[in-house]
Design a protein around this ligand. Sequence first.
Ligand SMILES: NC(=O)c1ccc[n+]([C@@H]2O[C@H](COP(=O)([O-])OP(=O)(O)OC[C@H]3O[C@@H](n4cnc5c(N)ncnc54)[C@H](O)[C@@H]3O)[C@@H](O)[C@H]2O)c1
Length: 450
Amino acid sequence: MSDRYLGFANSNLGRRLVDALGLPRPVPLERWQAGRLRPVEGALVLGGGPLAKQVEAFAARLTGECYRFDDDTLASPAWVAGLGPKLKALVFDASHLSDSDQLKQLREFFQPLLRSLAPCAHIVILGRPPESLDDPQALVAQRALEGFSRSLGKELRNGATANLLYVGSDGEDQLEGALRFFLSPKSAFVCGQVLRLGHCTAHVEDWTRPLAGRRALVTGAARGIGAAIAETLARDGAQVTLLDVPQAQKDLDALAERLGGRALALDICAADAATQLVESLPEGLDIVVHNAGITRDKTLANLTPEYWDAVLAVNLKAPQVLTQALFEAGKLHDGARITLLASVSGIAGNRGQANYAASKAGLIGFAQAWAPKLAEHGASINAIAPGFIETHMTAAMPIGLREAGRRLSSLGQGGLPQDVAEAIAWLSQPGSGTVNGQVLRVCGQALMGA
Ligand SMILES: NC(=O)c1ccc[n+]([C@@H]2O[C@H](COP(=O)([O-])OP(=O)(O)OC[C@H]3O[C@@H](n4cnc5c(N)ncnc54)[C@H](O)[C@@H]3O)[C@@H](O)[C@H]2O)c1
């Protein structure tokens, strides 16, 4: 469903009216277009501690224009306030900040640059995982970065985003893959997030087809977010199996044919679903996306046992049963990447969604519980928590709730299925085992549960 306010607020008349009334003016977000080569089209400024030098070493693969700010250890030309070009991306390495006095370096770096941001710019702050530090003062300083980066995300305008990566000493060689996502339009709807990068020995060989040669399964792939995930994984080179209920066979077949993939009509809650799935995948899998999900909303006082059972069965039980079966049958290759579709509702709770929120919070627990076991096989499992995404599911919401869902976020609009799909495509890359057992919200920094 189209967002009429977004269109109006960016028309000639609408812009004047909205500005005069002091209403929020969300801007159309820039998205990744197939065939684009560089993650950053425009100027990137680097600064801060030692990781900035590491980023500089591969910066030419990110952008054609790299500058340093107030950091003589870097070789790039200096960016000068008032003279330099508008900025499409900023990376500040805050990993060296080891006490609270040093935190002022954040203000000193960002303040001169913020007025020179181009539309839809992307900011990444790098730090060290606080829990990995022995020095209490350093831990405090690194923990402070969360509050800073989330506030920065809320202050940014014009579709810009800010995110924080805590880079473990064993996660440094995966920085390029993470920055290719967080500095590019692939992360258009990801803001105010905090992720940890840890050990992973696998690497992407060809950045134009990072999933080449990988076999993927996407459940609930006939429409909405699942269809976008299948398209995006196929764009990045994966061979996709698209699964959905038998009633969706026609749409499923059409999409599978277009993507050169395979259709598998199967109800994931059927008694023999696990056996059927295992038998239909003789070559095993490198990527599994548990996307199929349903809602049966009622306040708890009115929630029937049928509504409770249906939601828990599709959203939470089936992903566990199927993952266990695939694992036991040896169908998950070493280095497999599993993504679970959780929801911001599972983090914040939502009136009328006790069943849905329980199922989605349970998926976050599932990722946490399985992460260590999968890491032994070089594999990983994470949850993506979408906020308000423009799909059939959200088009069916009452208008008041729908408008609130769209506007109550830093980016002031709903996301697109592509935004969720891009995050999953990144987490499905060989090098993305650096993220394991974590939750990434794709929610435009929704205020709900923030
Ligand atoms: N749309 C949003 O704003 C939003 C927000 C947060 C989370 N999510 C989650 O993202 C996922 C996709 O959402 P969507 O909006 O695209 O939903 P959707 O209803 O458009 O698509 C869901 C798909 O899952 C399939 N499915 C349902 N039950 C199934 C079963 N038993 N076996 C096999 N397939 C089954 C459906 O046929 C459908 O094709 C869901 O898990 C949803 O909870 C969506």
